[in-house]
Write a protein of this length. Sequence first.
Length: 131
Amino acid sequence: MKPIHVSGKRKRAVARVTLKNGTGKITINNLNLDYYEPKLARMKIKEPLLLAKDITDRVDIEVNVFGGGYMSQADAARLAIGRALIKYNSKLKDLFLNYDRQLLVADVRRKECSKPNSRGNARSKRQKSYR
């Protein structure tokens, strides 16, 4: 089998996944998934792996993620892993969509850009004084 390369995005975080035949080893930025902190982000990344348990024992997954915060990185990695597993086995698509659509479809929301006279915030304006 040729390696599968997929990417996923969330806010400013970008995750790139390489999926290839192996023994079930999962690494994120050259760190084993079991040692990835914080625990909430680790659990979020494990969701597509738990749904496709029979497949993840036969493949190695390498994730390279950068940018954004740790939860955005976890969401980007989760999306990329879900997409890679779908490319490997298309029968998982309905299972993933019924569980959570965010496993396959990116969240397009981004930070709102700053406006003039807002002093760094997107919507706050300069206070007016009438006296």
